[in-house]
Design a binder for this molecule. Structure first.
Ligand SMILES: NC(=O)c1ccc[n+]([C@@H]2O[C@H](COP(=O)([O-])OP(=O)(O)OC[C@H]3O[C@@H](n4cnc5c(N)ncnc54)[C@H](OP(=O)(O)O)[C@@H]3O)[C@@H](O)[C@H]2O)c1
Length: 166
């Protein structure tokens, strides 16, 4: 079973502003789509609201304290961390990828064994930040420098880390 995190952060760990992503970076959207395809994605109710629909070709899990939050019929609503871990355990052939936001990353901090991070080398004002992780327990597996072009204006790097075995 793999519990992964996938996120993009700018300088000072900014990940969100006013319920949305602070940047427009289509190459990162494409990377997100490629990595999460056919996998299980887990998100907080606010992140789901900002996306506004279930992500196609993926099992979508939305965490909420509400009994019946407004979500698409295909979405699995869960209410507790343990419910997600049990589901992930029952589907070991897929990666369970936590896609945010900050509240949900905090919730799974001790469970995560793999990190997909996009580092955007630009400054944005924001109101949501990536929680601190214990980076000493992770090793970088790969890194790919993104291409700056007419559609992707900021320098960015895709990275993947694996939790060191203990
Ligand atoms: N840059 C990135 O990679 C990235 C990724 C994802 C999101 N974001 C950004 O981050 C922001 C949203 O993040 P956020 O931290 O405000 O919200 P969030 O984590 O997406 O969602 C928070 C909601 O999740 C539910 N929740 C939280 N803890 C829970 C628990 N223990 N059990 C059950 N449900 C729980 C609650 O829903 P209820 O209120 O329904 O109870 C809570 O309001 C947006 O700006 C978004 O664009 C950025």
């Amino acid at each position: 079973m793999t519990i992964a995190f996938m996120w993009a952060e700018a300088k000072d760990h900014v990940i969100g502003a006013a319920g949305q992503l602070p940047w427009h970076l289509p190459a990162d959207m494409q990377h997100f789509k490629t990595v999460t395809q056919q996998q299980i994605v887990v998100m907080g109710r606010r992140t789901y609201a900002s996306i506004g629909k279930a992500l196609p070709n993926r099992t979508n899990i939305v965490l909420s304290h509400q009994a019946k939050p407004t979500v698409a019929p295909s979405v699995l609503v869960m209410h507790q961390r343990q419910e997600v871990l049990t589901y992930a355990h029952a589907h070991p052939q897929q990666e369970t990828i936590v896609i945010g936001g900050a509240q949900i990353f905090s919730l799974f901090k001790t469970d995560v064994t793999k990190l997909y991070v996009t580092r955007i080398h630009a400054k944005f004002s924001g109101d949501t930040y990536m929680p601190a992780l214990d980076w000493t327990t992770f090793t970088r597996q790969w890194q790919q420098v993104g291409q700056v072009d007419e559609k992707n204006h900021y320098p960015y790097v895709f990275e993947c880390y694996q939790r060191k075995s203990i």
